[in-house]
Design a protein around this ligand. Structure first.
Ligand SMILES: [Zn+2]
Length: 549
């Protein structure tokens, strides 16, 4: 605002991010003051990244200090933006490139190409390799040429974004309920590397599923060092026939953990033997079981330390109860020390501050901070708690739906199959998962304990969740809409919680009218139903007209 930084925020999950104003000023490419002349209000969007050499330097420093290293540059950049100490952010050498506008007042460019020059003049760093192409052939030629260029860049690039230059044409093209029609990402083939399998580990997850993981000779790949590759399950392992000693090709696509894509059979050592699935849990020794119709092998022991550890890590994760400071290394120590045997035990930790402070690498201050973080998480509400419990097939979104419908965990625990299935987007699989989860007495006891320890089991949302601003509203669509087919409009409205009806009645809340609306418009007028344009509907939905990204 007026050339100074008013606030900076991360995108977060698309709805809620973090305010990082002080930290943003420590990111290279973000100017302290804009060079005049500038518009009075300007929201600038872009991406924060870190160069490979800085990533390597920070990780090697952490390794020497005995701290956990970052898995990839992306995690490091995201984690750094949330640090509480801005001078620590400055030491991390983050950079930002800007390429889009959000809200603004005053004159701004009307094409992407001019926008980049405009942002650069104001003092922002912009993508240095952007080019304006006159045809799809030029775009494809750029993509081919840039593949060689990107390998020489000091940071990782996995693709190219192709955008329509003119903003007025973007508005005409519009967007589907999921993505704009004027922008597309091209992703390059993921890189591969050759290495050797030095062992097969049998890893037990939070649900007790045992997964074979290949241990590899460390090999650099797409900007990080790969040491392990998932083999998913034992059928996949048998199908690929990966053996200890094999030379293999590994591949890493995006955020996904590396995969073995090919075994080089010709180079197999003569004494390599096929890997057999274990019969007992590698952690607690309990005989493994296979459920009917499933390929997965599971450890059925609820108290298995590997399962407890996995369930706790899921419970405290950012999208769930978001307990800062309970990382993998500490959780492992607490499980081994017998301080964490169930989810409820997390809320007993504040009473055991002395024992925690005595753990290696902790101390009184860390123990007090942890106790505070645990205390804060008690009020996250039913939405987060349901996601945190790790009920199969119930992720954050389904948890929100269930919380909105039942408000209180007691009501959900008593819910009948029909009630569950009557919720939009909840099908028989989710309903069955929820029913069998609460039918287990051990789970019921755990929830009672959590509640007794002060964890809120009620929904925090006073009204419908923000993502469903049309919850409970009935909408009728008529006429031709700009940039959206009838079907897309209906899907979009449903995704916002609206009931879409085909005819106007006194129960209709809105008539969404495009060009040539016909008789429905007349009927709506007669009945006094509110008639809105597409842009007005978007504003009601809190989405506003599409802006240049
Ligand atoms: Zn076990």
């Amino acid at each position: 605002r007026n050339g100074g930084l008013e606030y900076a925020a991360t995108r977060g999950d698309g709805r809620t991010g973090d305010v990082i104003t002080e930290n943003a000023l420590r990111v290279k490419g973000v100017p302290r003051r804009l060079r005049p002349p500038f518009p009075p209000v300007l929201e600038v969007r872009g991406e924060v990244y870190i160069e490979r050499k800085d990533f390597a330097r920070i990780n090697s420093e952490r390794e020497q200090e005995g701290k956990e290293v970052f898995a990839n540059p992306r995690n490091l950049a995201a984690g750094t933006l949330k640090l509480l100490d801005p001078s620590a952010v400055a030491a991390r050498s983050l950079r930002m490139v800007c390429y889009a506008l959000g809200r603004h007042e005053g004159d701004v460019p009307r094409t992407q190409w001019e926008l980049l020059a405009f942002l650069k003049r104001l003092g922002f760093a912009v993508p240095p390799h952007a080019e304006r192409c006159g045809s799809m052939n030029e775009v494809l030629a750029f993509i081919r040429r840039f593949d060689a260029v990107r390998r020489g860049l000091p940071f990782d690039v996995d693709g190219v974004v192709v955008k329509v230059d003119r903003f007025d044409q973007r508005e005409k093209l519009g967007q589907t309920s999921k993505a704009p029609r004027w922008m597309i990402a091209y992703k390059y083939e993921p890189e591969r590397a050759e290495t050797r399998v030095v062992g097969i580990e049998h890893s037990v997850g939070r649900t007790g599923v045992v997964t074979p993981v290949a241990e590899l000779e460390p090999v650099p790949l797409s900007g990080s060092t790969v040491k392990r590759a998932s083999l998913h399950n034992y059928e996949e392992l048998a199908r690929k026939d990966v053996r200890v000693g094999d030379r293999v090709l590994v591949e890493k696509a995006g955020e996904i953990i590396p995969q073995i894509v090919e075994v080089l059979r010709d180079e197999r050592p003569p004494d390599a033997r096929p890997v057999r699935p274990p019969e007992n849990c590698p952690v607690c020794g309990t005989p493994l079981v296979k459920r009917e119709g499933e390929v997965a092998l599971r450890c059925p022991n609820r108290a298995c330390p590997a399962k407890v550890e996995g369930r706790i890590l899921h419970f405290v994760s950012r999208d769930c109860m978001d307990i800062d400071g309970l990382g993998p290394a500490l959780v492992r120590k607490l499980v081994q020390a017998g301080l964490l045997r169930s989810l409820a035990d997390i809320y007993r930790l504040p009473n055991r501050a002395a024992e925690i402070a005595a753990l290696e690498g902790m101390g009184e201050k860390s123990a007090a901070n942890l106790a505070e973080a645990i205390e804060r998480s008690k009020g996250r509400g039913l939405e987060r708690l349901l996601a945190a419990l790790g009920i199969p097939n119930v992720g954050s979104h389904t948890a929100e739906l269930l919380a909105a419908r039942f408000r209180d965990i007691r009501a959900l625990m008593k819910a009948k199959r029909e009630e569950l299935e009557s919720i939009d987007e909840v099908g028989p699989v989710v309903a069955e998962s929820v029913l069998s989860y609460f039918a287990d007495e051990a789970n019921e006891r755990e929830i009672e304990e959590l509640e007794a320890l002060g964890v809120s089991v009620r929904s925090t949302a006073r009204t419908a969740p923000a993502s469903r601003p049309l919850e409970g509203k009935t909408v009728v669509v008529t006429g031709r809409l700009e940039g959206m087919s009838r079907k897309e409009a209906e899907e979009w409205l449903k995704s916002l919680g609206a009931r879409v009806s085909s005819s106007v009645s006194s129960k209709t809340d809105y008539l969404l009218a495009g060009e040539e609306p016909g008789s429905k418009l007349e009927k709506a007028r007669k009945l006094g139903v509110k008639t809105v344009t597409l842009d007005e509907m978007k504003r009601i939905a809190g989405e506003g007209p599409p802006e240049g990204r």
